[in-house]
Design a protein around this ligand. Structure first.
Ligand SMILES: CC(=O)SCCNC(=O)CCNC(=O)[C@H](O)C(C)(C)COP(=O)(O)OP(=O)(O)OC[C@H]1O[C@@H](n2cnc3c(N)ncnc32)[C@H](O)[C@@H]1OP(=O)(O)O
Ligand SMILES: O=C([O-])CC(=O)C(=O)O
Length: 372
């Protein structure tokens, strides 16, 4: 019989493996990607450079970056078969379900799906990085009765993503804020969706299967789904003056307040100051002090009542709203960034694999038998 105190529900506090990809340090409230503080990367690098870093362990030289960008830009078009499958799905389907399905189709169409060599998996990772924006952008457009926008190979990842969604490239402020959000969402050690991808990979299933499973794990509101849930909360509250009363009622009803709290950080999420700064630029760009007031009022009330700090989803939800994304598209945007971290972990898992299979303590009925 296992001592109940040895059973770690939710694997809380359990270290299950090594990783060289990122370091989340709640004591210093810091996050390193391959050794570099994420704030420094967000201030100085593009999302493409960060993707390269996560996959290859080092930032690219100018030549390496040019070759990488060329590869990514050449694969951005939405495959006609993927488009047909998306078109078959109702516009009432959740965009995460549409994206999960579309990624699965890419996997089923890839004749090299079972090439799990490092080069094979890296090539698939770049393909998914390039193709996911087309799926997300087209899904938002079709919901609005708009036609597909073809990719623009003269643009970087974020500017192209926004153009494919909205039909034109927005201001530098918007493109920069979007790129920063992609960098901040790219990677976060053994979070639930990344661990899911590693579990699937540990069975030697292919990269696409692991990514599809990770998308499923990210959808939940306790994980990536929180960014859209934040916006639903803002809609429910309406204005800053109602935040305190709303929060008291929500807490009295034992509701979890989306966008607050974290399994690892207990004194604040390392990424929030950088994303909040990006949100501030958007508030100014769109002249939406009312939204900032609501953001601040709910945060202040939460600190006064529970002292539970916001996580990355809290500033990114309203940021994506200001950029013009439909609320249900926010978690697919998280996927577009996290595909880099997931696939880096898939490759790391394979390089030193052990089947992930923990134990459980049985607490069902004692042994019994069918009576004749
Ligand atoms: C990018 C990301 O995925 S970040 C996470 C995004 N998720 C969210 O924003 C959802 C809201 N937050 C939560 O549900 C939680 O904070 C989680 C799931 C993220 C972390 O949960 P855990 O590490 O398991 O913390 P746990 O649930 O044990 O919380 C500890 C206490 O704080 C409370 N708490 C934690 N977060 C919240 C919250 N957002 N609202 C209200 N209470 C909260 C819990 O109710 C619990 O109280 P209790 O001890 O009285 O029961
Ligand atoms: O680390 C976690 O548990 C969740 C999170 O913040 C992320 O995946 O970015």
């Amino acid at each position: 019989m296992t001592d109940p105190s040895d059973i770690r529900k939710g694997l809380a506090g359990v270290v299950v493996d090594y990783t060289a990809i990122s370091k989340v340090n709640p004591e210093t409230n810091s996050l390193l990607y391959r050794g570099y503080p994420v704030q420094e990367l967000a201030a100085n690098c593009t999302f493409e450079q960060v993707a390269y870093l996560l996959w290859n362990g080092e930032l690219p030289s100018d030549e390496e970056l040019a070759a990488f960008e060329q590869s990514e830009r050449s694969q951005r078009a939405l495959d006609p078969a993927v488009k047909r499958v998306i078109d078959e799905l109702p516009v009432t389907a959740h965009p995460m379900d549409v994206l999960r399905t579309a990624v699965s189709v890419v996997g089923a169409l890839d004749p090299s799906w079972d090439d799990a060599s490092p080069a094979g998996n890296l090539a698939k990772s770049v393909t998914l990085l390039a193709k996911i924006p087309a799926m997300v952008a087209y899904d938002q457009r079709r919901r609005r009765g708009q036609e597909l926008v073809e990719p623009d190979a003269s643009l970087g990842f974020s500017a192209n993503f926004l153009k494919m969604t909205f039909g034109s490239v927005p201001s530098d402020v918007v493109v920069d804020a979007f790129d920063v959000s992609m960098i901040l969402y790219a990677e976060h050690s053994f979070n639930a969706s990344t661990f899911t991808a590693r579990v699937v990979t540990s069975t030697l299933a292919d990269l696409y299967s692991a990514v599809v499973a990770a998308i499923g794990a990210l959808k939940g509101p306790l994980h990536g789904g929180a960014n859209e849930a934040v916006m639903h909360i803002f809609d429910e509250i309406g204005s800053a003056d109602r935040a305190e009363a709303w929060l008291d009622e929500a807490l009295a009803g034992k509701r979890k307040i989306m966008g607050f709290g974290h399994r690892v950080y207990k004194n604040g999420d390392s990424r929030v100051p950088t994303m909040k700064a990006a949100l501030d630029t958007l508030i100014e760009e769109y002249d939406r002090q009312d939204l900032l007031d609501l953001y601040t009022a709910l945060d202040d009330a939460m600190q006064a009542r529970k002292n539970i700090k916001p996580n990355l989803d809290y500033p990114s939800g309203p940021a994506y709203h200001l950029m013009g994304f439909d609320t249900e598209m926010f978690t697919p945007l998280f996927v577009a960034a996290r595909i880099t971290g997931w696939t880096a972990h898939i490759m790391e898992q394979l390089a030193s694999n052990a089947l992930i299979r923990p134990l459980s303590e049985y607490n069902g009925p004692d042994e019994r038998h069918l009576t004749a």
